[in-house]
Write a protein that binds this ligand. Structure first.
Ligand SMILES: [Zn+2]
Length: 416
């Protein structure tokens, strides 16, 4: 592969937009869009929609699926989320690229971390600047440039911007699965590490909510008539924690126990929330069975255990399609003087969903940055153009056939 004249023209266009690329990501980051901030998500969606309207593509708001959650009182509540934004061009073209990102962040509306500032060393410090409002800016810039490329006609693309990635994509999962089936190559804009390293293999993840129901009683007058849900929850939490270290790469993190009340009341309700990570499908079955075994045997009489939730993102191993795609991206990066490396990650993202549905994908094509999910979250300003050019050249090489999207999809389907 080499950079052709028409490729260079698209790359130059990205370079000329450097200031806007950063400015709009800063503006988006200054608007809180925590996963539970419905108003903030809607406001952010409106800004993204306006920006997307500048592309020669069809922009549509897609309602996301409702889902249920377990309250701290053990009750099930149905929830809804903001719309997803879909942006699509040439859906009938023979090669389809799926680009995804999320516009929610982990910072709640009352977080102290609400705006972007520049660090003395020049890095931008802000909520979502790396994860992943910077990435969305990079994605849209690459698409705008690609839409000037003379080879674009053979490639159609669909963008999905979702409102719930940071809580496991419960509302967007069906949309991601549908796009994963339909596309040939996926590009997702989570941040790369500060040095540009991409996430290669990813573990799978599951979120569980175990409702422990006991029997309340007066702690003094009728203690033995009660069944203490808090004590039951503690015993079960310890049993879950004991699953750690039993199987390579499998972790169980008991994250929260809620329930109970007055000190003179035997608690009748508790909720144990935990997250599991697994390296492969077999480990996923193993841990699911182990959890079922614990749930099937309440630690003492009078307790009922009810499990909600499950595995939300399948593991994303470096299979043949992933290996071939990463090699193609390494070659593309080399043309731009960028060294592309990758390493395994325990983290999960929409790339897991897309892969599970049959889509080979790179999911860390966003800006270079770090310390995400903390008030120290940062992105390097010079990485915006750098990473948008990488995506632009990838799209150009998919269009020219030098990156063979149909072959990548075929490789993925062979191992599905
Ligand atoms: Zn993210």
């Amino acid at each position: 592969m080499r950079i052709l004249q028409q490729d260079q023209a698209a790359l130059d266009l990205v370079g000329r937009g450097a200031a806007i690329l950063i400015e709009r990501a800063v503006a988006w980051s200054n608007l809180n869009s925590g996963s539970d901030n419905a108003a903030g998500l809607n406001d952010t969606l409106a800004l993204l929609e306006a920006e997307a309207a500048r592309l020669p593509a069809e922009v549509t708001r897609i309602p996301t699926a409702g889902f249920s959650s377990v309250g701290d009182d053990g009750a099930i509540r149905s929830q809804s989320r903001a719309d997803a934004l879909m942006i699509a061009a040439r859906p009938e073209a023979p090669v389809q690229v799926v680009l995804t990102g999320h516009y929610d962040t982990v910072y709640p509306v009352d977080s102290a971390f609400q705006s972007v500032t520049a660090r003395p060393d020049g890095a931008l410090n802000g909520p979502g600047i790396a994860d992943m409002k910077g990435g969305i800016s990079v994605m849209l810039a690459a698409l705008a440039a690609f839409e000037t490329h003379p080879d674009r006609q053979g490639v159609g693309w669909t963008v999905l911007l979702s409102p719930d990635e940071e809580i496991g994509s419960p509302a967007s999962a069906p949309l991601l699965a549908e796009l994963g089936r339909r596309g040939h190559v996926g590009m997702t804009y989570e941040p790369a590490l500060a040095d540009g390293t991409l996430a290669g293999a990813r573990k799978g993840s599951g979120n569980f909510h175990l409702v422990v129901t006991g029997r309340s009683a007066h702690a003094g007058r009728a203690f033995h008539e009660g069944a203490n849900a808090i004590a039951g929850a503690a015993i079960v939490a310890a049993a879950l924690h004991d699953l750690n270290g039993r199987r390579e790469g499998v972790t169980v993190n008991v994250a929260r126990i809620s329930g109970g009340g007055a000190l003179n009341v035997v608690a009748d309700k508790a909720v144990v929330r935990f997250n599991v990570r697994v390296p492969d499908a077999q480990a996923s079955t193993w841990i699911t069975d182990a959890i079922a075994g614990i749930v099937a045997a309440p630690p003492f009489d009078g307790l009922t255990l009810t499990l909600h939730g499950g595995m939300t993102r399948a593991p994303k191993p470096m299979d043949a399609s992933q290996t071939a795609l990463f090699e193609a991206v390494r070659e593309t990066g080399a043309l731009l003087g960028q060294t592309i490396a990758w390493s395994p990650s325990g983290g999960v993202c929409e790339g897991n969903n897309l892969h599970a549905a049959g889509l080979p994908n790179i999911d860390t094509l966003g800006v270079r940055g770090g310390l995400i999910h903390s008030p120290e979250e940062f992105a390097w300003p010079d990485s915006f153009v750098e990473r948008a050019q990488l995506s632009t050249l990838m799209l150009s090489k998919i269009a020219s056939g030098e990156i063979d999207a149909a072959r990548l999809k075929r490789l993925r389907m062979e191992t599905l």
